[in-house]
Design a protein around this ligand. Structure first.
Ligand SMILES: [Zn+2]
Length: 255
């Protein structure tokens, strides 16, 4: 059943998504995420309150700046809708779960969205987001009941980061050190065996998309694709459905 509280968080997610658009653009450029306020990137026109309303402002302005007419990428409302949808789903899925843990999940979701799009744009995963993700993951598992627990969290972070670090030593062109730190943070949030499932899901999704792009001639064979968006996808899939997937797998394979 759709609850008022999940709808409320869905709307909050739209607003957070609007803020994530700012984060995605400014963090890789080393700019402040608070000042100056949101403005048109071409003419500098400062956005008024109603021009900041997620999705609706894009529709009302027909996807262009009110002052100079430059068209605005439809990725902006897409990120807002994605964040709103994932916030709604996270709260809806976790009814009855302690508020602090749901809030911890929402922070996780928001940072994953930002990192996925930054990696897509710049092929980097900025420390300014990856380190806070790792720290929030470890702290949450330390204090929140129902999470992996601090020991499992530390071990999963170290094991996942260590495994990826070894891969970068053997195959340095395959992935960067940003991925090593990112997967450690995911390990801290997800614990065992969920982190393994997340990496597996990410690799599977990456292979399918990578091959499809080759077949459709959208990519050259040596052209690298960022792994961050796939890791974010794998981590979210496991956050939402990890227990069910593991239960299903165990019931089929081991019993
Ligand atoms: Zn403008």
């Amino acid at each position: 059943m759709i609850t008022i509280i999940s709808l409320f968080y869905g709307i909050l997610g739209l607003i957070i998504g609007s803020f994530l658009n700012v984060v995605i653009y400014r963090v890789p450029r080393g700019e402040s995420i608070v000042s100056p306020g949101s403005h048109c990137l071409v003419c500098g026109h400062a956005l008024s309150f109603w021009e900041l309303i997620p999705v609706l402002s894009f529709i009302i302005q027909k996807g262009s700046c009110r002052k100079c007419g430059t068209s605005i990428s439809c990725r902006y409302p897409a990120v807002e809708i994605l964040t709103g949808g994932l916030f709604f789903y996270t709260v809806w899925l976790n009814q009855g779960v302690q508020d602090a843990r749901v809030f911890w999940y929402l922070v996780f979701v928001a940072i994953l969205i930002a990192l996925a799009f930054i990696d897509l744009d710049t092929m980097t995963l900025p420390d300014g987001l990856v380190y806070p993700l790792l720290i929030i993951g470890l702290l949450g598992s330390f204090v929140l009941p129902g999470t992996p627990g601090w020991l499992e969290s530390v071990l999963a972070a170290a094991a996942a980061g260590g495994a990826f670090w070894l891969i970068t030593l053997v195959y340095p062109q395959g992935m960067g050190f940003g991925d090593v730190k990112f997967v450690a943070a995911l390990g801290a949030f997800l614990g065992f065996p969920h982190i393994i499932l997340a990496v597996f899901s990410a690799s599977l999704a990456g292979s399918i998309i990578g091959l499809s792009m080759l077949l459709l001639h959208r990519r050259k064979i040596k052209q690298p694709i960022p792994f961050g968006p796939f890791l974010s996808f794998g981590a979210l899939a496991v956050l939402f459905w990890g227990d069910q997937i593991i239960q299903f797998y165990c019931s089929r394979v081991f019993c």
